[in-house]
Design a protein around this ligand. Structure first.
Ligand code: ARG
Length: 467
C-alpha cells in the first residue's frame, strides 16, 4: 500500500508502511465514530487560529465550509474512509486539505495527541448525558411497575431463603436507589471529563499564542458560571485516560446492578416462583421445546456484565506502567470505551422496555407472602414487647417453630395453649402477629417496607422522576 498521507509522514519518511503494518496500526475502523467531535473540535480550533491571526477570514471560511461538507457526506454515508490514512483525524484533515488548501494550516499548534484526547472527551460528554437519561427511564419503569402493583406483597429473601414479607414495590425501589447512585457517579465523572485539553500539543504546548480559554468556551468546556475549564499540565492532558477508566468503572457498577435485577427477574419468571410474566415480544422461544418462553433479555443483560468488567480491567492494564506521555498503546482505549458505552446503554434500555411489558401475578405472590414463617421475627418482637430480652425471645420462637414442625402445622395454626407450652409469656393476642396487613402497617421506620413508608417512597420517586 502506498503512503498517500500528506499529513504525518511526508518529509521524514521515504516510503509508506506495508499493508500488514497499516492494518495493524489503523484505528479508522473504530474511531470513525469520533467524526462529529473531530469536526466540531477542528472548527473551534480554526476559529481560534483566526482570532490570533494565523488564519485569514477567507481561510477560516474555506476550512469551515470544507468541514461542513465533509460532515454532511459522512452523515449520509457517502464519505470514503481511507484505511491508509490511519485514523479519523487524518482522514478528515487530508480530505479537507484536498478540498481547501487552507486546510494545511488547520493543524497549527495542534497534535493528534491533544486532538484525540479532545475528541474522546467531547464524545464521552454526550454519551454520559444520554446514559443518564436512559438510567432515569429505567428508574421510571421500575417505579411504574411498583405503582401498578402497590398492594402486592412478596417474601423478601436472604440466602435465597424466605426471610420477611416486603412489598414488591419495596424490592423494586431498592434498584431505583442503586440506579440513582449510578447516575450520581456518572454526573461526578462528567465533571472530570468536561476539561479541555486542546493547546497541550504533542506533549509541551505550543510556542504560538493559542487562546485556550476561547477554544474551551467554544466547545462548552465551562463551569456553572460559564468560566472555561482547561487542563493545567500538557503532559498529563495528552497521556492520561483516567476519565475513560472512571466512566468504564461507573459502567461496570451499572452492569453489576443490572445483572442482579436480571437475576431476580429470571427467578421470578420461572415456574418455581411464577411471580411475574414477561410479554411475548420480550422473550424468546426454544428451537426444540415448544413450551419454552425464555427471559433472554434478562439473561443477556446478566451475561454482558462480563465484557463490561473485562473492558475496565483491559483499560487499567493498558495504562499501568505506561511511560509519560502519549504512547500508541492509548489507541487501544477506544474499542473498550465504545463497547462499555454501547453495552451498558443497550442493556439499560432493553431492561426498561422489558419491565414496561411485565405483569405481576398477584395471586401467586399473595400465596408466597402468606407463609406465616415470614413473620417469625414479628413473634419474637411480640415477646420483646412483653419485656423479654431479644436473645431469649429468638430462642423461644425457635422452639415454637420446631414445635409447629413436629405437629405438622403452619406457625399460625398453633393454639394459644401450644404456644404457652413453650413459654408462658404468650398471651391471647400473640396470634394477631400473623395478620400480614397488620404486620406491614407496623414497619414504618424510614427505609422499611411498611405500608405508609413504601407509599411515601413511591411518591418521592414519582416526583423526583417526573419529567
Ligand atoms: N489514532 C491515535 C489514537 O487513537 C491518534 C493519536 C495518534 N498520535 C500519534 N502520535 N501517533 O490514539
Amino acid at each position: 500500500m502506498k503512503n498517500n498521507s500528506p499529513v504525518s509522514r511526508s518529509g521524514r519518511f521515504a516510503g509508506g508502511p506495508g499493508s500488514d503494518v497499516a492494518q495493524f496500526t489503523e484505528s479508522i475502523s473504530f474511531d470513525w465514530r469520533l467524526w462529529r467531535q473531530d469536526i466540531v473540535g477542528s472548527m473551534a480550533h480554526a476559529a481560534m487560529l483566526h482570532r490570533i491571526g494565523v488564519l485569514s477570514r477567507a481561510e477560516l471560511k474555506a476550512i469551515v465550509n470544507g468541514l461542513n461538507s465533509i460532515g454532511e457526506e459522512i452523515a449520509k454515508g457517502e464519505f470514503r474512509w481511507r484505511p491508509e490514512l490511519e485514523d479519523v483525524h487524518m482522514n478528515i484533515e487530508a480530505e479537507l486539505t484536498r478540498r481547501a488548501p487552507a486546510g494545511a494550516k488547520l493543524h497549527t499548534g495542534r497534535s493528534r495527541n491533544d486532538q484525540v484526547a479532545l475528541d474522546v472527551r467531547l464524545w464521552l460528554r454526550d454519551e454520559i448525558v444520554s446514559l443518564m437519561e436512559e438510567l432515569e427511564s429505567l428508574q421510571r419503569a421500575l417505579v411504574e411497575l411498583s405503582a401498578k402493583n402497590a398492594e402486592v406483597v412478596i417474601p423478601g429473601y436472604t440466602h435465597l431463603q424466605r426471610a420477611q414479607p416486603v412489598y414488591l414495590a419495596h424490592h423494586l425501589l431498592a434498584y431505583v436507589e442503586m440506579l440513582e447512585r449510578d447516575g450520581q457517579r456518572l454526573a461526578d465523572c462528567f465533571g472530570r471529563v468536561n476539561v479541555c485539553p486542546l493547546g497541550s500539543g504533542a506533549i509541551a504546548g505550543s510556542t504560538l499564542p493559542l487562546d485556550r480559554d476561547f477554544v474551551a468556551k467554544e466547545l462548552g468546556f465551562v463551569d456553572a458560571r460559564g468560566k472555561p475549564i482547561i487542563t493545567q499540565n500538557s503532559m498529563d492532558a495528552v497521556s492520561d485516560r483516567d476519565f475513560v477508566v472512571e466512566f468504564c468503572g461507573a459502567g461496570a457498577l451499572i452492569a453489576v446492578h443490572l445483572s442482579r435485577l436480571a437475576e431476580d427477574i429470571i427467578l421470578w419468571v420461572s415456574s418455581e416462583f411464577g411471580f411475574i410474566k414477561i410479554a411475548d415480544a420480550y422473550t424468546t422461544g426454544s428451537s426444540l421445546m415448544p413450551q419454552k418462553k425464555n427471559p433472554d433479555i434478562a439473561e443477556l443483560t446478566r451475561g454482558k456484565a462480563g465484557r463490561v468488567f473485562g473492558n475496565l480491567v483491559a483499560l487499567l492494564t493498558l495504562l499501568k506502567g505506561l511511560p509519560m506521555t502519549y504512547n500508541r498503546d492509548l489507541q487501544e482505549d477506544k474499542e473498550r470505551l465504545f463497547d462499555t458505552a454501547d453495552t451498558v446503554r443497550s442493556s439499560v434500555r432493553l431492561m426498561a422496555a422489558m419491565l414496561g411489558h411485565t405483569t405481576v401475578n398477584a395471586k401467586v405472590c399473595a400465596a408466597a407472602a402468606g407463609d406465616p414463617a415470614l413473620l417469625a421475627t414479628d413473634l419474637a418482637d411480640y415477646l420483646v414487647r412483653q419485656g423479654m430480652p431479644f436473645r431469649q425471645a429468638h430462642h423461644v420462637v425457635g422452639a415454637v417453630v420446631a414445635l409447629a414442625e413436629r405437629l405438622n402445622k403452619p406457625l399460625n395454626g398453633l393454639t394459644l395453649a401450644e404456644l404457652q407450652s413453650v413459654d408462658k409469656s404468650f398471651g391471647p393476642d400473640a396470634l394477631k402477629v400473623f395478620d400480614l396487613k397488620r404486620a406491614l402497617a407496623q414497619r414504618n421506620l424510614t427505609g422499611a417496607p411498611g405500608t405508609k413508608e413504601v407509599q411515601r417512597q413511591l411518591a418521592r420517586w414519582r416526583k423526583r422522576l417526573s419529567k
